[in-house]
Design a binder for this molecule. Sequence first.
Ligand SMILES: [Zn+2]
Length: 70
Amino acid sequence: MKPTPVIKCPTCKNSGRWFDGAFGPFCSKRCKLVDLGKWFTEEQRISEPLRPEHFVAFDDEPTPPDPAAE
Ligand SMILES: [Zn+2]
């Protein structure tokens, strides 16, 4: 087996063999959640806070309406 390369955690920039961990390429669960949180924050800026029914709506409508397909 090849040794796991040393990488930098995308969130906190700490160097380590994070791919070996359960949260790779992040160094910890906290850093992974912080990165995911950025995306959810972006979503909330352009719309209302996410609710369970929103995810159901996404499941029913996997692709946005395409006028060219009409
Ligand atoms: Zn980190």
